[in-house]
Design a protein around this ligand. Structure first.
Ligand code: ZN
Length: 295
């Protein structure tokens, strides 16, 4: 297994003006491409902060994300889980209503990934229904690309995380979801696929890691067209490449007070095989060459 843990300086250095220029160049090129917005770990709740998690500021952070990315006309906005933080059920219903009404101000596709905190009080079925997801895992096509939303909120016995019945460090993708993933990738006609997940797939030894990630990475590698995996959960964020697939962990938006600590990204994906992850505020930027695609 070839594993590269790249440091920031290994990437093309992207100052804010050069990244804007690069975005303009990529938007103007005639290759088929797509732009989407991405944010993770808002943990929105109307409750006192704990440590560096400033729950109440996440509504304004999401609003700033939407206002910033809208002029770039992203096809969709996706949040990678832990949309809300825990309280009693009635309070959480209010948090979900508030943060989701801000999310729906985005004038494009809206996608969600389930995070462990989303099912601390709600059952998984309740959360999926309340948020209007088409399922706890699913896929969709946009332009030349295939996108997959995974759910790793399963216990060691492959039962669903439901209403707090779990240990957050024990996270699995069960056999039935792995079978679905294999079939979904095999049937996709798109030459490039991108995966979204809350917990991280690049390190099963980390507390944030999916414990059977080795099996899942093998499915992604065998498919041949999975170019990148976007993940959250590990609030500091990071990047790793394993066997030609980019694993990008976005920094958590809940971390730190005020909009100066906001964190989100716009992804410019081009069928010429490049991907620019343009980070805003505290989010790192990455310019990556996509190494895997199906002809
Ligand atoms: Zn989180």
């Amino acid at each position: 297994m070839s594993t590269n843990n790249l440091s920031r300086r290994d990437f093309l250095s992207l100052g804010s003006s050069s990244s804007l220029l690069l975005s303009a160049v990529m938007t103007g090129c005639k290759n088929k491409e797509i732009t989407f917005g991405i944010i993770t770990d808002l943990h929105y709740a109307d409750k006192e902060s704990t440590g560096s998690r400033i729950y109440r500021d996440s509504g304004e952070k999401l609003r700033e994300c939407i206002e910033t990315i809208t002029p770039l006309k992203p096809a969709f906005l996706i949040e990678l889980g832990d949309f809300i933080d825990a309280a009693d059920k009635e309070a959480e219903l209010g948090f979900l209503r508030n943060i989701n009404s801000i999310f729906r101000e985005f004038e494009g596709g809206c996608h969600h990934v389930i995070g462990n905190h989303d099912v601390a009080t709600f059952t998984k079925d309740e959360f999926v229904r309340l948020i209007g997801m088409r399922g706890n895992y699913y896929s969709f096509d946009r332009d030349a690309f295939h996108f997959i939303v995974l759910d790793a909120n399963y216990n060691r016995d492959f039962s669903d995380y439901n209403a707090g019945n779990f240990d957050w460090t024990e996270t699995y993708i069960p056999p039935h979801e792995q079978e679905w993933l294999k079939r979904d990738l095999a049937h996709s006609k798109r030459k490039t696929a991108i995966v979204f997940i809350h917990q991280v797939l690049h390190d099963e030894g980390d507390p944030h890691g999916v414990k059977n990630a080795v099996e899942v990475r093998r499915i992604l590698e065998d498919a041949g067209n999975v170019a990148a995996v976007f993940q959250g959960h590990d609030h500091s964020g990071g990047y790793m490449e394993i066997n030609g697939i980019h694993y990008i962990t976005l920094r958590a938006a809940v971390e730190g007070p005020g909009l100066e600590n906001n964190s989100f990204a716009v992804v410019f994906l081009s069928s010429d095989g490049t991907m620019l992850v343009e980070g805003y505020k505290r989010q790192e930027s990455y310019e990556l060459k996509l190494k895997r695609s199906r002809e």
